[in-house]
Design a protein around this ligand. Sequence first.
Ligand code: SF4
Ligand code: SF4
Length: 447
Amino acid sequence: MATPLQFQSIKLYPRLTTGRYNRWRVGFVLSTQAVFFLLPWIDWQGRQAVRFDFSSMRGYLFGLTLLPGDLIYLAGTLILCALGLFLWTALAGRLWCGFSCPQTVYSQIMLWIERWIEGPPNARRKLDAAPWRLSKLGRKGLTQGVMIAFSLATGWTLVGYFTPVRELAPRLLNGAPGQWEAMFALGYAGFTWLLGGHLRESVCKHMCPYARFQSAMFDADTLLVTYDAERGEPRGSLRRQAGGACIDCGICVQVCPTGIDIRQGLQYECIGCAACIDACDQVMDKIGQPRGLIRLDRLAPAAQAEAKPLWRRPRVAVYSGSMSVLVLLMVWGLAVREPFRVDVLRDRAVMARETDDGLIENLYTLRIQNTRPQARRYALKVQGEGVVRTDLRQPLLAPADGTASVQLAVAADPSILARGSHRLTFELVDLSEPQHRVSEPGRLLMP
Ligand code: SF4
Ligand code: SF4
């Protein structure tokens, strides 16, 4: 009987395959997980190479330090990822789903754990049907224990992208993580365990919105997992010799993680994992027929023999053109970006005040954000009509990879300026690298 966890689906016991696509899938699973688990432990110039620190509002990407004003690059990266996914889908259908989507990758790892502890599909089916005895409890408990341990490792690693991972490890092991760290680590671990360990293909079939609209990105030359009905039909067992190449062994269905029969044509449940291709190729090898009864093929009818070159496929051209423009803009933006930023905040508590020598003074706070790994000293120039002098209350010094707030008074001559608000320009120059300078506008109030 279906359980609520299985979204009314029958529990599937897909057979594992071997073959060239399986090797690719294993390679993708291992390489994506190696990157995910190892990246937070890599150091770069004396600090964690990749970390997004909410407390200091800074992001570190190897040699690059990102400040809140750089959110545009985050938006650009997200758009780039979306366009990359669209391009990949236009070229190769749902191969992203079958090979590198985190849902597929985690489901595959959980399936390996299940198979390692509970055995091949038939043994697992038997174990599930057996009454709850001590041996079943032990095996099921061990499976869930290993799955939960793996899920906790994913949660811990994810949080390690947002907090120094080397400090997080001892804190988690001592049972003293911060509140939000524990919450995020457990939340992500819970999702990994639930979605990868239990819901699995139901997520692809019933929850993933991408499955519903990805066909809108296909064109006639998109590569899809396809059954060659012309060659395969009429199907029949080896003994019956119905005429087609398909011997109706059903292995392509048994290996399918979503439980569909690709011989019934393109279906939205197909995640493009190509397990059925590997399985059918092995059957063809055994019966001495050429491989490729199920294969990656274009959507175009056979009559349209020639595939169009990539630049003549409008979707491919639009996606790749937009990606190239975006990459160029981002690289250019990062190349001309100054290594420090300054915000000018007018002191709103004091409107303006008169000095002993009859000038009108406005107070400001300069917030200097230094992204260099060394402390930096700056020179300041304030320009504006009627400005007579500037009076710095502290030295213009920002700590290494940190922020400094400096109080400043700007005095202007009231005999030159009319009442009202007047434009100022604050220019800061890095004294160690004078080619780096930042200008920020401000206003001076004359009462
Ligand atoms: S694996 Fe190949 S031969 Fe066997 S049923 Fe599927 S398509 Fe037919
Ligand atoms: S039909 Fe083939 S490619 Fe599609 S999900 Fe099933 S096994 Fe994977």
